[in-house]
Design a protein around this ligand. Structure first.
Ligand code: BGC
Length: 801
C-alpha cells in the first residue's frame, strides 16, 4: 500500500502490515549524514518482520569466507548496536509486540519538514487493558552524535504494573539482505559495557578487522504527566547488550513518558579523545528531548531553505521530491564533510551492495553542487585520498594514471564481489562487473562539474586537476592504437549496462569499444588538456613535473580525441559496443508474458541455462547515457573531430532503438530515459519521471527498497526538475536556464546556491523569473539562449521562454 502525504511534508502509513514493515523501515529511516537508523519499531529485533539497522557513514569491516571453493572477502558497512531497544510490558506479560495485541489504531508518520518519525497506536492486550502509545524519534541534524526516542503511554482504563525496558543491543549482525546470508555477517565484538551513572548506559564494541571502536551511550528518563520522576532500575547484561528495567505502578489516566537520548561515536571521529568518553560527553551536553528537537528542527529548516523545491500543483510529485531530498540528507549532509566518506547508493538505509560507493555520485552531485557545495568537495576529496590506491591498481593492470574501483570502500581497493548468487537458480556466478572502468570518467566528470558550478579555483588547482589528469592518463594508456583502422580502441570493459560482461561463447571477460566508455574517455582527455590550460603556469609546471607528463603523452591524448573508435550500425545507431548488432534479438513479449517482472533478465536467463550476453538486451541506459550526460551540441563537439556525425534525427532513432531493448533492471534507467525523452516526447518523459519517483515509495523493483533506498534515482529525479525540465546549467561563470517545462507540473519554484547567492527560480509555462537575495556578494550572470544579464543582489530578471 502506498503511503499518503497530504500536506506535501508528512508521509502517513495507516495500519500495521507485517509484510510491508521492512519497506517502511527503509523509507522511514532517520539520519543526519553521520549515522542513520531504519524506521524499525522500538523494541523490535531482527526477524522475519523487522530489521532494526543502524549504520555510521564510512564504518566498514572486512570478513572472509569460502564460497563454491573460493575464498571471498567482503567489506561491508556495519550494522551497529541497536539503540532503538525501548519497550514495555504490562503486568507479567511479554514485551510489547504489535502482532500480539488487538490494535484499534496504528499510524506511522514521517515529518520531512522537521525530520521526525512518529508512531501512534492504541491497543487492547489479552487482559482487556487499553493503552495508547505515541513514539517520536529523530537523528539530530545539528548535534550529529545524538539521536532521541520517546515513548508516551496513556493508560486508558486499567491500573497495575508497567515494566519499562531501555537498552543498547550489541547482539546484532549484518543479516538484512537474504542473498548475503550464506556469508558471515558478525562484525562486532563487545569491548565494554556499564552504567556510568544513575540514568546512563554505555556499550562499546569494536569491528573485528578494521578495529573501529563504536560507543553508544543512552540516557533514559521517566516522566508522569510531564513531571520527571525517579524509579529504581535493574541492570540487565546479556550477551553483548545492556539494558535497564523499571517497575512502575500506574493508574487509569496516567501519562507516562520514557525519554531516551543516545550518543553514538566512533574512533574515526575528529575532535575526540576516545569514543566512550566522547559519547558520555555528548550525552552530558544534551538537553531534554524537546530542547533537542527544537534545535534539530531549526537545522532542518535551514537545510530546506537551500533545498527548497515547491510545485504549485497539488500532485504526488511534491512530497516525493521532498522525501528524496530528505533521504539524501540522511545519508550525506554537512555532518559528513569531515568524515572521509563517499555516497553509498543504497543510503545508510540497509545493507544492499554492502554500503559500497559506485558511480552513482554522477546522479547525486548536480543537486548537491548547487546547495551544499562544500559537501560535494569533501565527497570528491574521498576520491582524491584514494588516488594512490587507484594509481596502484592501474599500474598492476599495466596502465598509467589512476584506475578507480567500480566499488569502493575504505581504502580504495576494488570491493566488487567476484562471485554473486543468482537467487533464481541458486548458483554462484563469476562476476566481472568490476570492469566498469567508466567509473573513473564519472569521477573526473564530477570534479569538472563541481568546478563549473562553484568556480572553486582552489579545488581546481588541487584535487580537481589531480583527479582529472590522473583519470585522463589512465584513458590515454587504456586506449590502444589499432593500425588497421587507424583508430584507438578500448577493450575488455563492461559498460553501464551490466548485462553484457563478455561476448557469447568467449571465455574472455569484457567487451570491446563500449560507446559510452570510449566517448567519456575522449571527454576526459579533452577536459584534461583544457584543465592544464586553465592552471597558472607555476601550478601547471608542478603538475607536469610531479606526474612526469611529457609532451608526447599530451600529444597522444590529443590524437585520441581525434581518432577514438566509436561503433555504429544500422545507419546511424551508435552500437552499445562493437559487435552488439550481431547479437540475437530477444522475444521481449514472450519473456514479459512468462515472467511479468523482467527487470532482472540476466538472472532469468541464467536460471534457464541461457545467458543475457547472447541478446540485444540491456539492464539500463548505456548508449543513452551519452544524451544524459551531454547536450546534443556537446556530443557533436566530441564526435565531429572524430569524424562521426550526429544528425538531428539520430537522437530520436537511437532513443527508440535502445528503449525497445532495455529491461530497466536498475532504477537509474528510468531517470535517464525521462531525461533523454524530455525534449522529444514529453508525455513519455513524464511517464518515466513518474516511474523514477515511484522507484522507492512504491518499491517498483519488488522488494529491493527494503534492503536500502536507491539514492541515485531518488536524487536524479529531483535533478530532472532542475537541470532537465527547468534547463538549469552552470557553464563558464554563467547560470543558464533553458526550460522545457511540462505545463502538467504547474509552477515550479526552487532555490540554488550559486556564487554566494541563494537564488530563487520560478518557472511557469511561459516565463522564468530569477531572483537574488540582498547582500554584499558580487553580482552574478544569468543566461537565457544568447542573452546574458548581470544580476545585482536583491533583484529579479524575467525571461519569456
Ligand atoms: C546499477 C549500477 C549502480 C548500482 C548501485 C546497479 O544495479 O546497475 O549502475 O551503480 O546498482 O546503485
Amino acid at each position: 500500500m502506498m503511503p499518503e502525504a497530504t500536506d506535501g511534508w508528512t508521509w502517513t502509513y495507516e495500519g500495521f502490515d507485517p509484510d510491508e514493515e521492512m519497506l517502511r523501515e527503509a523509507l522511514c529511516t532517520v539520519g543526519n549524514g553521520y549515522f542513520a537508523t531504519r524506521g524499525a519499531a522500538p523494541g523490535s529485533r531482527a526477524d522475519d518482520v523487522h530489521y532494526p539497522g543502524t549504520y555510521a557513514a564510512g564504518c566498514y569491516n572486512r570478513l572472509s569466507s569460502t564460497v563454491a571453493g573460493q575464498v571471498v572477502e567482503n567489506e561491508s558497512l556495519v550494522n551497529l548496536p541497536n539503540w532503538l531497544a525501548l519497550t514495555f510490558a504490562i503486568e507479567d506479560g511479554d514485551w510489547f509486540d504489535p502482532a500480539d495485541v488487538e490494535l484499534s489504531a496504528y499510524r506511522q508518520q514521517l515529518d520531512l519538514q522537521r525530520g521526525v518519525l512518529t508512531r501512534q497506536l492504541r491497543f487492547r492486550d489479552a487482559g482487556g487493558r487499553t493503552t495508547h502509545v505515541t513514539e517520536r524519534r529523530f537523528a539530530h541534524m545539528e548535534s550529529r552524535h545524538l539521536a532521541c526516542i520517546e515513548l508516551t503511554l496513556r493508560i486508558e482504563d486499567w491500573s497495575g504494573r508497567l515494566r519499562v525496558r531501555s537498552g543498547l543491543d550489541g547482539d546484532v549482525e549484518n543479516s538484512g539482505v537474504a542473498r548475503y546470508r550464506a556469508l558471515p555477517g558478525r562484525h562486532l565484538r563487545m569491548v565494554e559495557r556499564g552504567a556510568p551513572d544513575e540514568e546512563t548506559l554505555l556499550l562499546v564494541v569494536e569491528t573485528s578487522q578494521s578495529r573501529i571502536r563504536i560507543a553508544e551511550a543512552a540516557r533514559t528518563r521517566l516522566f508522569r504527566g510531564g513531571e520527571r520522576f525517579a524509579a529504581p532500575r535493574r541492570l540487565i547484561e546479556e550477551g553483548a547488550s545492556i539494558a535497564q528495567e523499571h517497575d512502575l505502578t500506574v493508574v487509569a489516566g496516567d501519562e507516562i513518558t520514557i525519554e531516551k537520548v543516545v550518543a553514538l561515536t566512533t574512533s574515526r571521529d575528529p575532535a575526540s579523545s576516545e569514543p566512550s568518553l566522547n559519547a558520555c560527553r555528548w550525552l552530558r551536553w544534551a538537553g531534554s528531548f524537546d530542547a533537542l528537537l527544537e534545535r534539530h528542527a531549526l537545522t532542518w529548516d535551514h537545510l530546506w531553505r537551500r533545498f527548497r523545491i515547491t510545485l504549485a500543483h497539488e500532485t504526488d510529485v511534491q512530497p516525493i521530491v521532498r522525501l528524496h531530498l530528505f533521504h539524501l540528507l540522511a545519508t550525506v549532509s554537512w555532518n559528513s564533510i569531515d568524515l572521509d566518506v563517499g555516497v553509498p547508493p543504497r543510503g545508510l538505509h540497509g545493507e544492499a551492495y554492502r554500503g559500497h560507493i559506485f558511480w552513482d555520485e554522477l546522479f547525486v552531485f548536480p543537486t548537491l553542487n548547487l546547495r551544499l557545495p562544500s559537501l560535494t568537495r569533501s565527497l570528491l576529496e574521498y576520491r582524491r585520498r584514494r588516488l594512490p590506491a587507484a594509481r596502484h591498481a592501474a599500474a598492476e593492470a599495466g596502465y598509467a594514471g589512476a584506475m578507480f574501483p567500480w566499488q569502493s570502500g575504505t581504502d580504495g581497493r576494488e570491493e566488487s564481489q567476484r562471485l554473486h548468487l543468482n537467487p533464481r537458480s541458486g548458483r554462484w556466478i563469476p562476476d566481472v562487473t568490476y570492469r566498469q572502468r567508466h567509473v573513473g570518467a564519472a569521477v573526473a566528470y564530477n570534479a569538472w562539474l563541481y568546478y563549473q558550478a562553484t568556480g572553486d579555483r582552489g579545488f581546481l588547482l588541487g584535487a580537481g586537476s589531480e583527479l582529472i589528469l590522473e583519470v585522463a592518463r589512465f584513458w590515454g594508456s587504456a586506449a590502444t592504437y589499432d593500425r588497421a583502422r587507424d583508430r584507438y580502441v578500448i577493450t575488455g570493459v563492461v559498460g553501464p549496462d551490466e548485462f553484457h560482461t563478455a561476448y557469447p561463447e568467449s571465455d574472455e571477460p569484457g567487451i570491446a569499444n563500449n560507446a559510452y566508455t570510449n566517448i567519456m574517455a575522449v571527454w576526459v582527455l579533452r577536459r584534461a588538456l583544457e584543465t592544464l590550460e586553465l592552471l597558472p603556469e607555476w601550478r601547471r609546471a608542478e603538475f607536469v613535473e610531479t606526474l612526469g607528463l611529457r609532451r608526447e603523452e599530451l600529444e597522444r591524448w590529443d590524437e585520441i580525441t581525434r581518432k577514438m573508435f566509436v561503433p555504429y550500425h544500422d545507419d546511424g545507431i551508435i552500437s552499445q559496443f562493437e559487435g552488439y548488432e550481431r547479437l540475437a534479438e530477444l522475444d521481449w513479449s514472450r519473456y514479459r508474458e512468462r515472467y511479468r517482472d523482467i527487470h532482472r533478465l540476466d538472472r532469468i536467463l541464467e536460471a534457464e541455462d541461457d545467458s543475457v550476453n547472447r541478446y540485444r538486451a540491456s539492464k539500463q541506459a548505456d548508449v543513452l547515457m551519452l544524451f544524459y550526460v551531454f547536450s546534443a551540441d556537446e556530443l557533436r563537439q566530441l564526435l565531429e573531430p572524430l569524424g562521426y556525425q550526429l544528425p538531428p534525427d539520430a537522437i530520436p532513432r537511437n532513443i527508440d532503438y535502445y528503449l525497445a531493448r532495455t529491461s530497466h533492471g536498475s532504477t537509474l534507467s528510468a531517470v535517464v530515459h525521462a531525461w533523454v525523452l524530455a525534449r522529444l516526447h514529453r508525455v513519455e518523459a513524464l511517464e518515466y519521471f513518474v516511474q523514477a519517483l515511484r522507484s522507492d515509495v512504491a518499491d517498483i523493483q519488488g522488494g529491493t527498497t527494503a534492503e536500502g533506498i536507491h539514492l541515485g534515482a531518488m536524487v536524479a529525479s529531483v535533478d530532472l526538475l532542475q537541470r532537465c525540465f527547468a534547463g538549469l546549467e552552470t557553464r563558464g561563470d554563467v547560470l543558464w536556464i533553458n526550460p522545457y517545462w511540462p505545463p502538467e507540473l504547474g509552477t515550479l519554484e526552487f532555490a540554488v546556491l550559486y556564487r554566494e547567492h541563494l537564488v530563487t527560480l520560478r518557472i511557469t509555462e511561459g516565463t522564468a523569473h530569477v531572483s537574488t537575495g540582498r547582500g554584499v556578494q558580487p553580482s552574478i550572470r544569468i543566461g537565457y539562449r544568447g542573452t546574458i544579464v548581470e544580476v545585482e543582489p536583491g533583484s529579479t530578471v524575467s525571461f519569456a521562454v
